[in-house]
Design a binder for this molecule. Structure first.
Ligand code: SAM
Ligand code: SF4
Length: 454
């Protein structure tokens, strides 16, 4: 029997890249390819890349070297590099990795099938480079293979116009563009028909959704219309930009029964001087005002953030402002980074003053504070019963152990051992009520109390 052709996609970076990889996979499956996780078995290997920080670039080039070696033994292997690194340095990628056959940017993920067909038709097997990030994005009727049977990403916009001075994204993903509302709603209705319970809206700055489209919609009206779709249990979204986050949105979240009480609001720094140099367009007074509004109107909401240390010109005093903001606000969790100098960005021209060692120490000081806060917050839930959407069986493969997330995005692992629900009952996709028995920094653990069977 002839075996089907196999593909492997390795995805680096953010949820946007994961979403792009889902579209690439969907198109490959449509062409008859099957997914494999065995690199030596694959007939096509795609690296979907990131370049937000330098460290990941090293990993990608090292993986590309490994694939080039495999291709020496297996010349028919098709090797593609796509995503933000491909977009940023297509010529360099082409020169440095001659084995690569396909180089395309994030805007081409939805036209992957055309790119591959074009390559296969060409007998000379000349490499294809397609990185036009100004291309309008079309996602309608593009097949996607979703990573998850319960929760699905839905991209509502592409690109970014904010040009934070440290960030490469506006250069790799191009200008901001909102996807037509009706297209988003019809995709969500289809996902609901397939049985998805959670919709995760994606955009670099979801709060500016609607700019440039005709039918007078904005993020608030979009959320309200999605909230009205029958069959959805939960709506999540990321990322919100503090400069565009307002009280009206807080009220929509509060009143939208399906909109989860989790707000990811990247702070980046607690120092007004640094925020200004970052071109973030808000100061700490504004940031605190939003946080106070959230805490007032949705007291149970979880608030998470992104922050970086070592931005050019950051002094110990500036860093202290960030530490203090973390202590005052008490985020539920945080992604924390050391500033990485990205060529082309405005900040790459700024003088750098802090050493890597200082930055590492600052990062650890920030992480230590956040870890304590996250642990304390999780432990405060011990003894309470929380509602979770059951997403999967426990990764450790322990019999009758599952995990899911609270509406506030906290991971809960639970066992069903002493319960009336027998092991055959499929809990996946159900809303379950879990009594929390213990908790650490990243996870809470408990026992199943009840299930809301839909
Ligand atoms: N659009 C989102 C926003 O406005 O926050 C996030 C996009 S970015 C890919 C995710 C996070 O990476 C940012 O919030 C920032 O903290 C971090 N980041 C971006 N550029 C960085 C850089 N040059 N060095 C270190 N961290 C960076
Ligand atoms: Fe980058 Fe700022 Fe755009 Fe986020 S809002 S993607 S950090 S430029």
């Amino acid at each position: 029997m002839i075996r089907p052709l196999l593909y492997l996609i390795k995805t680096y970076g953010c949820q946007m890249n994961v979403n792009d990889s889902e579209f690439i996979s969907g198109q490959m499956e449509d062409m008859g390819y099957k997914m494999t996780s065995e690199i030596n078995q694959a007939d096509i290997i795609i690296l979907n890349t990131c370049c937000v920080r330098k460290k990941v670039e090293h990993k990608i080039y090292s993986m590309a070297g490994k694939i080039s070696q495999i291709k020496k033994e297996k010349p028919d292997l098709i090797f593609g590099i796509c995503g933000c690194l491909a977009q940023k340095e297509k010529e360099h990628v082409h020169k440095k990795i001659p084995a690569v056959d396909l180089i395309f940017g994030p805007s081409q993920a939805s036209s992957f099938k055309d790119i591959l067909e074009h390559f296969l038709e060409n007998k000379t097997r000349k490499a294809i480079i397609d990185c036009d990030n100004r291309k309008h994005f079309r996602l309608q009727n593009i097949p996607a293979k979703h990573r998850h049977p319960i929760s699905s990403y839905v991209q509502i916009m592409k690109g970014c116009n904010n040009f934070c001075s440290y960030c490469i994204v506006p250069y790799t993903r191009g200008p901001e563009e909102s996807r037509p509302t009706e297209e988003i709603l019809s995709e969500i209705k289809k996902l609901v028909d397939y049985g998805y319970k959670e919709i995760f809206l994606l955009g670099q700055n979801v709060n500016s959704y609607g700019n440039g489209i005709e039918d007078h919609v904005n993020f608030l009206t979009l959320l309200s219309r999605i909230n009205d779709i029958e069959g959805i249990e939960r709506i999540r979204f990321t990322t919100s930009h503090p400069k565009d986050f307002n009280l009206d949105l807080i009220k929509v979240i509060k009143n939208g029964e399906k909109i989860c009480e989790h707000i990811h609001l990247p702070i980046q720094s607690g120092s007004d001087k640094i925020l200004k140099k970052m071109n973030r367009k808000y100061d700490m007074k504004q940031y605190y005002r939003i946080i106070n509004h959230i805490k007032k109107y949705i007291p149970d909401a979880s608030i998470t953030t992104d922050a970086m240390v070592g931005f050019p010109g950051e002094t110990e005093e500036d860093f202290q402002y960030t530490l203090q903001a973390f202590k005052n606000i008490r985020f539920d969790s945080a992604y924390t980074f050391i500033y990485s100098n990205r060529e082309k960005t405005l900040a790459s021209l700024f003088d750098k003053q802090t050493s890597l060692l200082t930055n590492k120490k600052r990062l650890w000081r920030l992480i230590d504070i956040q870890k304590d806060i996250s642990t304390e917050k999780n432990k405060s839930i011990i003894g309470k019963t929380v509602e979770i959407l059951v997403e999967n069986k426990s990764k450790k493969g322990i019999e009758q152990q599952y995990w899911g997330k609270t509406r506030t995005n906290k991971v809960v692992v639970f066992s069903n051992q002493h319960n009336e629900y027998d092991s055959n009952e499929d809990l996946l996709g159900q809303l379950a009520y879990i009594k929390i028995q213990r908790a650490d920094t990243y996870t809470m653990y408990g026992e199943l109390v009840d299930v809301k069977i839909k």
